[in-house]
Design a protein around this ligand. Sequence first.
Ligand SMILES: *[C@@H]1O[C@H](CO)[C@@H](O)[C@H](O)[C@H]1NC(C)=O
Length: 289
Amino acid sequence: GEGGAARVHAVPVREWVAEGRGKKNPEDLAILYSNRAASYLKDGNCAECVKDCNMSLDLLPFNVKSLLRRASAYEALERYRHAYVDYKTALQVDSNIVAAHDGTNRMTKALTEADGPSWREKLPPIPTVPLSVREKLTQKTSVANDVQQKSTDQQTSSRAANQKAPSGEDVKKAQALKEEGNALVKKGEHRKAIEKYSQSLKHNPTEVTTFTNRALCYLSVKQYQDAVKDCEQALRMDQVNIKALYRRALAHKELKNLKACVDDLNALLQIEPKNVAALKLLQEVPKNK
Ligand SMILES: *[C@@H]1O[C@H](CO)[C@@H](O)[C@H](O)[C@H]1NC(C)=O
């Protein structure tokens, strides 16, 4: 377990293996390397972390912890393409790892900024995880709670659904991040605002306006499905939320879900019969479909 990591931490790997640990089966040794990689990472020794992850992954290919540790190290070293590949590989093994989703999103953003829209062309190849490995490792990692959580989307909604109240500290952080998001919206920087709102929701997934604000941003960057999801989440918490209904109607319209669009507008008009924006949008929706 992690307890061993501190002890082996400073020991050069050859001596450490020669200690007799080398006689262990490859899997145990892989875990030792991975644990030591974790402690290197904690100390900010990213190059050594990468090396140990490599050793670990040679012995136990596609081990999720090693992949995530190496991804973090690469990220800290600003080797974003390699980090991206590791995060994506980890997601092939288990698509529910939040850290890997978040990492993929961060890397996508960083690489888009660095390399432009064709950033994917510059990536090293992403290994394909064989199905047999996937099945075997999914069973194993399902007990590894430190890396294992639901996917980002599900996470926010299920958290909100069986919500424990966020701590005062979290509420404060969430509020500050939301305000940063709001300021970015005013500057027209919707993508950056989405990041802020997403961070905010991690601290406090019960804040309806963060969802409706993020939905607005998703509309403006044409991620309509994501806009729908955020509105749904807001409506789960507040059934008569006008903004959520209106924004979801807009998203449905763009997605050509015209019936859903009209249903949302009618629901909105039941709550606020004179809502001008809703009346106007309702007129714009083609009627014959
Ligand atoms: C670790 O492995 C990666 C991927 O196989 C390789 O690109 C990299 O050069 C290796 N790094 C070290 C320090 O061994």
